[in-house]
Design a protein around this ligand. Sequence first.
Ligand code: SF4
Length: 339
Amino acid sequence: MNSTSNQIHFSKEELDAETNRLFASLSHLGWTKEICQTYASLTLEINLLKKEKNAIILAHNYQLPEIIFGVSDFVGDSYQLSKQAAQTSAETIIFSGVRFMAETAKMLSPKKKVLMPSPDAGCSLAESISAQDVINLRKQHPDAAVVTYINTYAEVKAESDVICTSNNALKIIESLPNEKIIFLPDKYMAQNLAKLTKKQIIGWEGLCVVHEEFSPQKLEAYRRFYPEAKILVHTECSPAVVAIADLAGGTGEMQKYVSNSSANQFMIVTECGLSDKLKVEFPKKKFIPSCGLCPHMKRNDLRNILKALKNPSSDQFVEISADVARRAQKALDKMLEFA
Ligand code: SF4
């Protein structure tokens, strides 16, 4: 390895070793050595810079395979990654996910530098609701508690009583003294929860652009074609889709199910990044194509990760005003009590 004009050059031996390392994982997705070779110098440089700058890369389960298997330090759902962010001793966190996740990491690690490779990686759920919407809902339902899904921006979290994930939403709703719950912002998740509790659930109109596309008719057809397959769906899917599933949950729960199940065939009804990850981690199991792509998650790539590490632009830094962060953190801390 040598360095000229801000560019690092790696030896043939270093590049071959890195190509082989990538190929050991990514060959399970049908990647050839030639494809892995095209990424080797980028992954080597990113991994080197991470050490030099005392940085870690947190990658959501929906990220591209070359990020997950090439450069990430921790991979998980938004809640698992937030916990990692709170615990790490690294000075800098590169959050390869979407904005609401990076904001959560910043709130839980306020003294750390948190950077987003793609600053415009949003989320249709997070964008569906504003802080003023929450204030208005509270006025309409003064006796209700506001339980807000983690897929929201900091300003919305700041107006909420408690934050939740798909995994702990029901537990949190049941533990509150209020009989009326404003559940924000995912309409389908609110409808799915309403079937599991006796409390009155007041929902909102937010939808995930990936999960709203799955239809029960399509899944029924798959079921007939692959009768042995276990169908795992995200709780952001409609109640009609959830009704067909063997498991409805978040990405962490889907992963646990695949790991513990004796079944050999699975349909992973969520963003495609998770099924790619599972194909690599469980090469003997079969995953039937049944996923959708999130345009926001897929904005991150190795090039913008490298930029965030090497020479970040001002919009890659995640900052939250002190007042919003303080109030949002209160609602987040309540969620962490349910961990
Ligand atoms: S998959 Fe859906 S919920 Fe997740 S970031 Fe994309 S739009 Fe948002």
